[in-house]
Design a protein around this ligand. Structure first.
Ligand SMILES: Cc1cc2nc3c(=O)[nH]c(=O)nc-3n(C[C@H](O)[C@H](O)[C@H](O)COP(=O)(O)OP(=O)(O)OC[C@H]3O[C@@H](n4cnc5c(N)ncnc54)[C@H](O)[C@@H]3O)c2cc1C
Length: 463
């Protein structure tokens, strides 16, 4: 197989999900020469493309776990950098709601656990007190715990900003590039779908394929991925004023449960479900489940019954046979596996980056941090801050549902990491993500993106 170039990288990261992007940034900031290999046509092709977008505090994370430590570290770093990166934070707070007396008995324990996890801002409320914060909640609410620090973020712009900063520091991103096998003989020789890549160390951040990638690298996998599907309904923006806070259930052993959650883009999500499945790539949506979610949302906040559904989607969590993160370091092979980052990876990603760098420092390969840190800002897509259409000279509006300008689309297409497919364009601009789901704007988007994607946008909407 042909070697792609004579270039040798310090670290090859396998997987361009939120974890891989955050790891790339952290290592690039430390001075490592990075290559990130992503088998999808764009970054965020796996678990990271579909989540609830909550920046967790860790109040309900397993005590004394690595997950708790990294969720807290990741959140703290996000709070420290988000303004510089142009990322926003919707400071919603959350209510853990008890709908039966039995659930209400658990609230004190949940609040105690949260405090001993080092999370501040946990308040026990009566049902009536909780309803003053979210007046639309059903009368049957017994009691709640308020978690002030749970926030909502833009789940796609955050990883985009991490990888863009890594690229500004020289990181190379190879998309449509699948890791096929690897051999370590003092250095890594990685066989990919695009040729050979050489690197001093590897970080496996392959999410739903974490065990497969370990196996391909000749590292005995210490876990098996058991994909866990989560289906969502996205309610129209009319729902947003009814849901000022994240509404959480009292969790059980398996899942955090179905959440009613405002999004940074002004919609409301109801979901996710937690369904075991074999398939690692296909996340289908089922009508009965979506009806169940809609019904669930309307039972808890009755006025939601009248709000139309804008979209439906499903994501797959890279769960394993155990609940905890499956982080493995193999210094003798200079390999780190960041596996089983199941349901808190968006929050913990920056923490996982810090942790991976700490593990790498034990390999005894020194790095020299760059003198300057490049300033990177991604465009704002949230409704809490000014959007491009609200600025002078914005010109043509291409997507009227989400008010996306031609200027924004052109900026995305000429950005350091332009979208590799239409999904990537949607995640970078919100074009086609609104009420009509692209029915009205797809034809114009197809024109504007002509020649940019391997698979051109199929036009089904009105021209
Ligand atoms: C329904 C749902 C709700 C969630 N809600 C939240 C939430 O509110 N807050 C939160 O913090 N977290 C949440 N999460 C969890 C979070 O989304 C995940 O923890 C996170 O996305 C995992 O990221 P990752 O980078 O490890 O994996 P992935 O995103 O799957 O990335 C792995 C990447 O590796 C690539 N890859 C795989 N094999 C290869 C190969 N051989 N060669 C090259 N590339 C390869 C894949 O294409 C993929 O892009 C949720 C997840 C789901 C599914």
């Amino acid at each position: 197989m042909a070697t792609l170039s004579d270039e040798r990288f310090d670290v090859a990261i396998i997987g361009g999900g939120v974890v891989g992007c955050a790891v790339a940034r952290r290592f690039a900031l430390a001075g490592a020469k990075i290559v990130l290999l992503e088998r999808g046509t764009d970054i965020l092709s796996g678990a990271s493309k579909a989540n609830s977008a909550i920046l967790h505090t860790g109040f309900d994370a397993p005590p004394d776990s690595l997950e708790l430590e990294l969720v807290k570290a990741g959140r703290e770093e996000y709070l420290a950098i988000h303004r510089d990166h142009g990322l926003h934070l919707v400071q919603t707070g959350a209510l853990v709601c008890a709908w039966t007396e039995l659930e209400a008995e658990k609230l004190d324990g949940i609040a105690q656990q949260g405090r001993s996890n080092g999370v501040a801002g946990l308040n026990l409320l009566t049902g009536a007190e909780a309803r003053t914060l979210v007046p639309g909640l059903a009368q049957s609410l017994c009691a709640a715990v308020e978690v002030v620090g749970e926030h909502v973020i833009d789940p796609w712009s955050a990883p985009l900003s991490y990888i863009t900063q890594a690229m500004a520091l020289g990181a190379k991103v190879m998309r449509s590039c699948e890791l096929l096998s690897g051999r370590f003989d003092g250095d890594w020789e990685l066989e990919t779908s695009q040729g050979l890549v050489r690197a001093g160390a590897v970080v496996n951040a392959a999410g739903l394929f974490g065990d497969v990638v370990d196996d391909r690298l000749g590292l005995t996998p210490e876990f098996s991925i058991k994909p866990r599907k989560g289906q969502f309904v996205v309610l129209d923006k009319a729902a947003r004023s009814l849901v000022p806070k994240i509404i959480l259930p009292v969790p059980n052993e398996i899942t955090k449960g179905v959440v009613i959650c405002p999004t940074a883009f002004g919609n409301v999500l109801v979901g996710p479900t937690a369904e075991e499945q074999e398939d690692r790539t296909r996340a289908t949506v089922e009508t009965e489940t979506l009806e169940m979610l809609k019904e669930h949302g309307s039972r808890l906040i009755p006025a939601l019954r009248h709000v139309p559904v804008t979209a439906i989607y499903a994501g797959l969590r890279p769960a394993t046979e155990k609940k905890h993160y499956r982080v493995v370091s193999r210094p003798e092979k200079r390999a780190i596996t960041l596996g089983g980052v199941r349901s808190t990876g968006l929050s913990a990603a920056l923490g996982l980056g810090q942790h991976a760098l700490k593990l790498y420092s034990e390999f005894g390969v020194p790095l020299a941090a760059p003198n300057e840190v490049p300033h990177v800002q991604v465009p704002n897509l949230t409704e809490t801050e000014e959007r491009d259409w609200q600025r002078p000279g914005h010109g043509e509006i291409v997507c009227h549902c989400e008010m996306v300008t031609r200027r924004e689309i052109e900026a995305a297409l000429t950005s350091p990491l332009p979208p590799g497919d239409f999904g990537g364009l949607r995640r970078r601009t919100r074009a086609g993500m609104g009420r009509c789901q692209g029915f009205y704007c797809n034809a114009r988007l197809a024109e504007l993106t002509k020649g940019h994607f391997v698979e051109p946008l199929a036009v089904s909407g009105r021209t």
